[in-house]
Design a protein around this ligand. Structure first.
Ligand SMILES: [Zn+2]
Length: 441
């Protein structure tokens, strides 16, 4: 059976989402306590006994469990309450108004990820109101601080509640339904790249700009960065990504299909179509370690040659890549001992989650119910989510928001006029309910 919610339940969902958006949880500073209290009040009314814990002044995390029969290990419905800042000047509606226009709820967090949090909340409420006792505990977990690293959020909770790791899996933000060129498919992110942030520093003799030197800190740094930007990093293929290309092969234009179907083989024979495919930044990021030059610093005055110049380079590694070996690779590329290259932050390398678990299959079946015939595929997400804290402990995580978004709609994440259609909220709640119900089968 495919779940269809009625109009009053949808109205309630939208009302709760709008009220939730109106709580400004811009991080920093976060102020998630207000959001946690808001969710707790709703959960309390439904008899879902929420527990709010303060992780830092004004910061909070919340859990609420729909108790199951204990036939399987719990599933965690993870979401973060904080949002990134919004520049109200550039928005066409106030970013924390929850205003409705043209069938869309506008507001910071509607996609990332208060909207998804409400899908999880309403799915749980739907089951509870029907008296459904699931096979396993379903744990709603709303956390603080995802947008600046999760120290007061997911990380804090898992350090204090190791029982949250004794579970069968997590559903969290990340992938979802993609609409492109009249086609639709569903990406379930089972893996994410590893952050490796670096600093490049060159030093040299400073002086007056009227007598320039060829080996100033700035010129040395520019030469190093030029070598880096020209460098073509080799392909690094993990099974998750091979599977992704294989599953979406039928959706590609005919000339690309053999390459997608067997990406490894195509790389081995250096298929001419690869160049065009890998020019697509998304495909390139899934199959390569990347290095993005993001911050440049040198000099204060136009007539003074500075004695130091530095750059920040944000690198993202395919899981399984050794950060030490990658740093050596950077030094080899730059090939200049006068440029110091150091790692300033390295994330935890987490193994991809398997795509043959009951939870993954529950998602696959829910897609088959709500959008028959569509491809569902595991996916490597280039960014980072809180799932890394669970995956580091070996817990399978499925980053999947059951919205169907076009590429321009996805670009609204962290962007101007972030919004979600009421139609997507309806679709998302129904699919989320069925993902949970499918765990029974
Ligand atoms: Zn997010």
């Amino acid at each position: 059976m495919t779940t269809k919610i009625d109009q009053p339940f949808l109205d309630e969902t939208i009302r709760i989402l709008r009220d939730y958006i109106r709580i400004d949880t811009t991080n920093p500073p976060g102020n998630e306590m207000a959001a946690a209290r808001f969710l707790a009040e709703i959960l309390e009314r439904e008899g879902l006994a929420p527990c709010v814990e303060e992780s830092a002044p004004g910061r909070a995390n919340l859990t609420a469990t729909l108790a199951g029969r204990g036939d399987a290990r719990p599933v965690v419905l993870l979401n973060h309450m904080d949002v990134v800042p919004a520049d109200a000047e550039k928005w066409t509606v106030p970013p924390f108004s929850g205003e409705i226009r043209d069938g869309h709820v506008y507001g910071r967090g509607t996609i990332d990820m208060k909207g998804m949090g409400i899908l999880e909340l309403m799915a749980l409420i739907y089951l509870k109101r029907r008296g459904i006792v699931p096979a396993q505990d379903l744990v709603f977990l709303a956390v603080a601080d995802e947008e600046t690293g999760g120290v007061a959020g997911a990380k804090w909770m898992l350090e204090r509640h190791p029982e949250l790791l004794d579970i069968q899996g997590v559903i969290n933000e990340g992938g979802g339904g993609v609409i492109q060129d009249g086609k639709r498919w569903y990406e379930v992110s089972t893996s994410q790249k590893v952050i490796c942030q670096t600093r490049f520093t060159a030093t040299g003799e400073g002086g007056h700009a009227s007598v320039p030197r060829k080996d100033s800190a700035v010129t040395v740094l520019i030469a190093a960065l030029d070598r880096l930007r020209r460098h073509a990093f080799p392909t690094v293929l993990i099974p998750t990504v091979k599977e992704y290309f294989h599953r979406v092969a039928p959706l590609q234009k005919e000339a690309w299909q053999p390459v997608f179907d067997d990406l490894e083989g195509a790389i081995a024979r250096n298929d001419p179509a690869l160049e065009e495919i890998m020019a697509e930044p998304g495909y390139h990021a899934m199959t390569h370690n990347t290095a993005a030059i993001t911050v440049l610093k040198a000099g204060e005055k136009v007539n003074v040659i500075p004695d130091e110049a530095s750059a920040r380079v944000d690198c993202r590694l395919v899981p399984g890549t050794s950060p030490e070996a990658f740093m050596e690779e950077l030094r080899r590329i730059v090939d200049n001992a006068d440029v110091r290259i150091e790692a300033t932050f390295t994330g935890v390398d987490t193994p991809p989650s398997p795509h043959d678990t009951p939870l993954f299959h529950a998602i696959e079946r829910a897609v088959a119910q709500h959008d028959p015939g569509c491809v569902v595929t595991p996916h490597l997400v280039p960014g980072a989510t809180d799932s890394r804290y669970f995956r580091a402990a070996g817990v399978p995580c499925y980053d999947f928001i059951p919205f169907r978004l076009t590429i321009p709609e996805r670009m609204l994440i962290h962007g101007i006029d972030e919004r979600i259609s009421i139609e997507n909220m309806k679709f998302g709640v129904e699919m989320m309910i069925d993902i949970l119900l499918n765990l029974e089968a």
